[in-house]
Design a protein around this ligand. Structure first.
Ligand SMILES: Cc1ncc(COP(=O)(O)O)c(C=O)c1O
Length: 494
């Protein structure tokens, strides 16, 4: 008996440590591990709980509890009149459980796994991963999150969280509560001339999720998708993940310019109000010809209207969606720029004929926005909070932009556009060396910027994307001067 006990304890590698965790839990876990790893073979009989308790120096109830759990979960079994023994599990079945040393031979060869992971990694590469925020000039891609109307938001959120209607906490509102869909529609109708019914509006956690949903609706692997060149890296990541054939179309001062070569697109992605990153507005002739092309070929268009709320001279150009009479445009809006990306609320307005399918895909994928956030946002919009915030920020960003433009124009090495809208300015850099090196030098001097050349596929642009979201008005001039100084020194040195 003593031998049998010693063998069992050695095979199961039982080592109890009184300084960590409960002993019952340790015994349970170590025996389970030993069964899964094949160190305790099927049908190995276990000694009595009394003997085990004695040898391990445990209370008998501790051993009984641990073994009972293992029996209940099927690792041990007791036949009538016989001792408790290890369950007769097949090795193949064990392979589906935890990783085990004894089963290494049954798992696919490491190279096969590695190749699959490599392939998946290439397919799911994110060209624009979320980065930690640095609150400084001229970090692009973020609004002024310090100016977020926290107090007003908290009032709405608290009210909805404290007094939820019973159905609010159910699955209702999965694709968007009616009140929020209505509020979003009245916002985009008024500000963007979008035309749609509430059913066409789907609430999603990000514009990124909206791109993915549209790709799922319209793309088969190998289908051609047009992107803007230079363009937003987020869409390229989505299209690659859907195994699309990505055809970048050059952007000029009128926006995306289709080139006639290559297969017809199934999907076209554009940022017509304020092209990312160049900032150009798509001209009316280009808009009309893009809609004509979509109608003729059956292509879908994603209109990414990410920051059109901010316009410093005149009115923003109305949306492409509002010009579409044939259900080609999938309109994407986000609160990431008008409020804050951390809220994780965006919306997709699909053409009428895609409503049912889009609803099905969004629910299958589990894409939804927390109900309290939706309800609070609906109240916030209804109370005019968004309108007020946009108005205040538009005037603030406009002032920052004007100072930035004027200050940068002092540099003969930079080509500075007018900065008529949006949260960032795309400036051309005619100096040496390339923009990526220039951005690194600026970063070393405490200035954040994004280089344009990595956003190019076929075209070549050397430039910098400078954001006005996180720089205070009184800091803009000094930071812009510092930018010019660093660039001048860099150019001289090159
Ligand atoms: C062109 C463009 N589209 C979409 C987004 C992101 O929107 P969301 O945060 O809702 O994914 C950004 C953010 O930087 C953007 O620049």
């Amino acid at each position: 008996l003593a031998n049998q006990l010693a063998t069992l304890i050695a095979q199961a590698e039982i080592r109890l440590d009184r300084s960590t965790g409960t002993l019952r839990e340790q015994l349970y876990r170590q025996l389970r591990e030993a069964v899964l790893a094949g160190r305790l073979l099927p049908r190995t009989p276990l000694p009595s709980t009394r003997d085990l308790a004695l040898v391990l120096g445990l209370a008998r109830s501790t051993v009984v509890d641990a073994l009972d759990q293992l029996k209940a979960e099927g690792y041990l079994e007791t036949r009538q009149g016989a001792a408790t023994c290890v369950a007769a599990l097949e090795r193949k079945m064990l392979g589906a459980g935890l990783a085990s040393r004894a089963l290494v031979a049954d798992t696919p060869p490491a190279e096969t796994l590695a190749a699959t992971v490599q392939e998946q990694r290439a397919q799911w590469r994110n060209d624009d991963p979320p980065r930690p925020v640095t609150l400084r000039a001229f970090r692009p891609g973020l609004p002024d999150i310090r100016a977020f109307p926290a107090r007003e938001w908290a009032t709405h959120l608290a009210r909805r969280a404290r007094h939820p209607a019973s159905h609010d906490l159910s699955y209702a509102g999965y694709l968007g509560v009616p009140a929020l869909r209505e509020q979003i529609l009245s916002h985009v109708r008024l500000a963007r001339h979008v035309q749609a019914r509430p059913e066409q509006v789907i609430l999603l956690p990000s514009a990124q999720a909206a791109f993915d949903l549209v790709a799922q609706l319209v793309l088969e692997p190998g289908d051609t998708a047009w992107t803007e060149d230079p363009g937003y890296p987020g869409i390229v990541s989505v299209l690659r993940a859907h195994k699309a054939r990505i055809d970048p179309m050059p952007v000029d001062e009128q926006g995306l310019q289709p080139t006639a070569t290559g297969p017809r697109p199934r999907l076209v992605y554009v940022t017509p109000s304020h092209q990312y990153p160049t900032g150009v507005t798509m001209s009316l002739p280009r808009r009309l010809s893009l809609l004509t092309l979509a109608r003729r070929t059956g292509a879908a268009i994603i209109e990414d209207d990410y920051d059109s709320e901010f316009q410093y001279q005149g009115q923003p150009t109305a949306s492409l969606q509002g010009l579409d009479r044939h259900g080609c445009v999938h309109y994407v809006g986000t609160f990431s720029k008008s409020l804050a990306p951390g809220l994780h609320v965006a919306y997709l307005i699909v053409p009428e004929r895609f409503v049912d399918l889009a609803h099905a895909v969004a629910t299958v994928r589990g894409l939804t926005v927390p109900i309290h956030v939706q309800l609070a946002l609906a109240d916030f919009l209804e109370a005019g909070g968004l309108r007020r915030h946009i108005r205040a920020m538009n005037s603030e960003y406009g002032a920052r932009m004007a100072i930035l433009v004027e200050s940068l124009r002092q540099s003969s090495l930079l080509t500075v556009p007018a900065g008529v809208g949006g949260l960032q300015l795309c400036v051309g850099w005619s100096g040496e060396p390339v923009d990526t090196v220039a951005v690194a030098a600026l970063q070393a001097a405490g200035i954040a910027a994004a280089p344009i050349s990595p956003m190019c596929s076929v075209v070549r642009h050397n430039g910098l994307l400078l954001g006005v979201g996180l720089v205070q008005q009184h800091e803009v001039q000094a930071a812009a001067k510092m930018t010019c100084d660093v660039l001048r020194r860099l150019h001289r040195g090159a």
